[in-house]
Design a binder for this molecule. Sequence first.
Ligand code: AMP
Ligand code: GLY
Length: 466
Amino acid sequence: MSIQQNLNTLRHPVSNQPEKSPFNAGETLTEQTKPLTVLLLGSGGRECALAWKISQSPALKHLYIAPGNGGTDAYGENIPLSPLDFEAIAQFATEKGVDMIVVGNEDPLVAGIYDFFAGREGAPLVVGPSKAGAALEGSKDFAKQFMVRHGIPTARYRSFTSETIAEGEKFLEELKAPYVLKADGLAAGKGVLILDSLDDAKASLREMLGGMFGKSSATVVIEEFLKGIECSVFVLTDGNGGYRILPVAKDYKRIGEGDTGPNTGGMGAVSPVAFADDEFMRKVEERIIIPTVKGLIAEDITYRGFIFLGLIDVEGEPMVIEYNVRMGDPETEVVMLRIASDLLPLLQGAAQGNLSTMPLDTDPRYATTVMVVSGGYPGSYPKGKVITGTDTGDAILFHAGTKRADDGSLLTSGGRVIACSAYGKDLDEALAHSFKAAGEVTYEGKYFRRDIGADLKAIEEARAAK
Ligand code: AMP
Ligand code: GLY
């Protein structure tokens, strides 16, 4: 497909893979060969993995990470700026000649960082959705309405406010247990309650509408419970109909082995995902990705960044559990390992609206990550514990909650501490490297799940036995 053809089809989704790449390996379009100064926003394991990948690009001039963590400085320069202080970011970008801002976490996107820079003379490119697009994550009610408008498969739902509590209770009576209640707004990943009894569900509805999650739960989405296995699909889109599907991953949200106990930010991840096979992914692309990309264009919503589809496989049929407007964490800590292509031209292509001819090649190996966390997480936990044992050969350690002390020693500074990522020719080999590294990292109170990937191994074995 020629570039001209792509320009002619700009407002219509183009296929995921270019028919013929106009590039040779390691080469980018001439207009894009100027080395880029990049500012990456965030401080988690996800940003460490993005920094690792971006830092390998021949197209990179300099990488800044704001604020970064105790591991990101291996790949770029940490800058003590808040991702939410747009004025300070703008001033820094001007001073340092930043060409492109890559936004790791959702908060700046939901707060409108894309729009802040969009109209400014000489402003850097921003990889991400506009504020209107970020509402796909910032408001579950908006996301559900969007899916209904575009015929995207998702659980049946209705939304309620304190004025409609009685109707909410009636709707709960129509549904079968378990009951799923979601705060409409951002709630740091804690805004979803799943309740087994109708009485508990009604009580929780009242509590949520009464301010359990502050303003975020002033509207509550109640939806049908879907039974199945979940996976995370990431799409990079350029707002002009061009998109690329990244390697699929599965994360492990609960703190306890066997998926028990409270939800966390994510305790590990694996890619590829056995059940997300070609047939499943064809359905995902046709029924979910294309209608999403087209729907955003039809609604005039500017979206030049990552779309994260939280999917559930209901007996072979993909349904959307949620949209996020960023990469997943810890999924990024495996997805970055499995992108063989240079990521930087793809990010630039997305931000410029011309992704259509750029290849995204996948590394055929398996990638796994095991998160070591602070004792007590996801409840309260101590910080400032000295970390040793980070010289691990077969794993790549993506730091999350770590920081450097003045004397250069490494300290814990968060609940999720380090994502121990590794490659393998198969799931077992990758997991062996990840678990070995997780065992070697040492600090007081360390905990990690030893069953990451076990469910997928069982699925692979069952498929192989057929
Ligand atoms: P969310 O923040 O929307 O991703 O929800 C958090 C988690 O709650 C999901 O990853 C699922 O495990 C679970 N969940 C959310 N919605 C549903 C649903 N409709 N049916 C079953 N599980 C759900
Ligand atoms: N791992 C799930 C998330 O990033 O929201």
